[in-house]
Design a protein around this ligand. Structure first.
Ligand SMILES: [Zn+2]
Length: 148
């Protein structure tokens, strides 16, 4: 998975080498309209510092991205796009559907019956868990969680 700033699509937009429909820019991020949207008005919040995955983005930038997402969500809802809801999607890693390896947060305007969604199999997903296994997972993750 390519992750260098030279070939990175978002770094090219940040350098002005590719066009971007920028709706917000500040010291930490830009917000652009997605070229291949789920629905019109699909936005991407992109940190200015190249980082492939979430673990590489500094925490102040992450906090800023979420504060900004709240305002962008409101702008989408107040716009003529008149969406019924908004999904925030963070695809972190190839297995999680990340395609451009420069961290970004999607804001996706949603409409009733727009046909978009996660596919799942009721036999495999959303099955009630065994409490013992849940407690094992909780204990392991508690031991791995680093909060400084
Ligand atoms: Zn980049």
């Amino acid at each position: 998975m390519p992750s260098d700033t030279y070939s990175c699509t978002f770094c090219k937009i940040l350098r002005g080498e590719l066009p971007g429909s920028i709706i917000h820019e500040d010291d930490l991020v830009i917000v652009i309209v997605d070229l291949f949207p789920v629905n019109e008005g699909h936005l991407l919040v992109i940190p200015k510092v190249h980082a492939a995955e979430m673990s590489e983005v500094d925490s102040d930038t992450l906090a800023h991205i979420m504060r900004l997402a709240q305002k962008l969500n409101l702008a989408l809802r107040r716009s003529s796009l008149a969406c019924d809801g908004v999904n925030l999607l963070l695809a972190d890693g190839e297995a999680a559907m990340q395609e451009i390896f420069h961290f970004h947060l999607h804001l996706i305007p949603r409409y009733y019956n727009d046909g978009f969604g996660f596919r799942y199999d009721r036999q495999r997903h959303f099955r009630e868990m065994n409490r013992t296994r849940m407690d094992e997972i909780a204990a392991e993750l508690k031991s791995k969680l680093v909060i400084v």
